[in-house]
Design a protein around this ligand. Structure first.
Ligand SMILES: Nc1ncnc2c1ncn2[C@@H]1O[C@H](COP(=O)(O)OP(=O)(O)OP(=O)(O)O)[C@@H](O)[C@H]1O
Ligand SMILES: [Mg+2]
Length: 367
């Protein structure tokens, strides 16, 4: 039998688990473990870290047998999600996410909403009866893909976006309507055409392969190499690539996205800690596009979701015996977990947390 290199997760079961960080990377191992714990996680698969090395050895190409394995997993994901990649009526959209064995926060690349093109964006708008959401997702994808894959700095897209907001006399992204966002998408595509002398790739297969390879390449971008040197992380372990069905925090006011810690990372205090935005996508919270809310406000805004989030993350902390640093998204009132990892803390906080955890009987003194 051929060596297994791609690992599925979804529907309450994962082929991998939390102990497989070497192969799945930290993010992939966390997603697999959460899936096995029956935490709500959008389905997907992880292309193992060895494929990154194969990719480099093979001069920037994925070997054919691995490609077949990936294709089979994509088909499985389509079945699991009940949507098809490139389907004009009900398109599957995915994120393509980096994730090495050691946490390298924000150092490598991730692309969201992959699978959108001029046709699927219309289908998505129709199906959800929400053109604003569809074009909001498309403009995000056009920008991220162009930045990461085509090497056109995202600043240029942000400038075009700001210009449009200025013309429309609005200060907040949320005041941009469907037509405005559609117009922005047109401007983004023109920019790509002007820079690359080619149309923005419309074929979802081409989009996927380029994005996957770009994430493997991001292992060797300058940021990531610098970070590895500074943190004594070996250069030859490679990144995994996680391909995951999208869930949408940007469909309206019953949607949200956020990040948090199960304890305060700077003081170690036992307080639920974090930030979120209503009607937004993941990167908005970190990018500071709008001022995020404190996570305690979620208790008022979405009490059911808040309770569930507290329960799930407390369970994860207990399971991993470490403070958890997590990401989540709420799509139409339903909570999904997108990442969990050991929280980075100050030394003083680390001591307080360890002492508290012994008191709370989460860990033994020896641990
Ligand atoms: N399938 C998905 N659906 C919705 N949001 C997603 C999905 N995949 C990723 N995201 C969100 O997109 C953002 C970027 O993803 P990702 O976690 O891969 O990179 P990062 O957080 O920038 O860096 P790091 O590698 O340190 O985690 C995160 O906020 C994440 O929660
Ligand atoms: Mg992340």
């Amino acid at each position: 039998m051929a060596i297994k290199r791609v690992y599925f997760f979804g529907g309450g079961k994962a082929e991998g688990h939390g102990g497989m960080k070497d192969i799945l990377g930290g993010k992939g191992a966390g997603l697999a473990e959460m899936t096995n714990l029956r935490v709500p996680v959008p389905p997907g698969f992880t292309i193992g870290t060895e494929v990154c090395n194969l990719f480099y050895k093979n001069r920037g190409k994925i070997p054919a047998d691995v490609n077949r394995e990936i294709a089979a997993h994509l088909a499985r994901l389509e079945r699991g999600a009940g949507k098809k990649f490139g389907d004009a009526k009900n398109p599957l959209l995915v994120s393509v996410r980096s994730g090495a064995r050691f946490s390298m926060p924000g150092m490598m690349d991730t692309i969201l909403n992959l699978g959108l093109n001029d046709r699927t964006v219309q289908g998505l708008g129709k199906k959800t009866r929400n053109d604003r959401f569809a074009y909001d997702s498309y403009r995000r994808f056009l920008m991220m893909f162009s930045d990461v894959v085509l090497g056109i700095d995202k600043e240029h897209f942000e400038d075009l976006f700001e210009q449009k907001k200025f013309e429309r006399g609005v200060a907040d992204d949320l005041d941009m309507g469907a037509e405005d966002l559609k117009d922005v998408c047109g401007k983004f595509k023109s920019l790509v055409k002007a820079r690359t002398r080619k149309e923005f790739p419309q074929d979802h297969k081409v989009q996927f392969e380029l994005a996957r390879d770009a994430v493997f390449k991001s292992w060797n971008n300058e940021r990531a190499r610098y970070y590895r040197r500074a943190n004594n992380i070996p250069d030859d372990i490679g990144t995994a690539v996680n391909v995951q069905a999208m869930v949408f925090g940007n469909m309206g006011n019953d949607c949200a996205t956020g990040v948090g810690f199960t304890r305060n990372p700077s003081t170690g205090g036992k307080e639920f800690y974090g930030e979120y935005l209503i009607n937004a996508q993941g990167e908005d919270v970190v990018a500071g596009i709008r001022t995020p809310h404190q996570i305690k406000d979620l208790k008022k805004q979405m009490p059911g979701v808040f309770d569930q989030l507290v329960k799930i993350t407390a369970r994860l902390e207990k399971h991993f015996k470490e403070v958890q640093d997590f990401e989540f998204t709420v799509e139409s009132g339903k909570l999904y977990m997108l990442q969990t990892r050991a929280g980075k803390r100050t030394a003083a906080a680390a001591v307080k947390i360890a002492v508290d955890m012994v008191k709370e009987k989460l860990i033994s003194k020896e641990e």
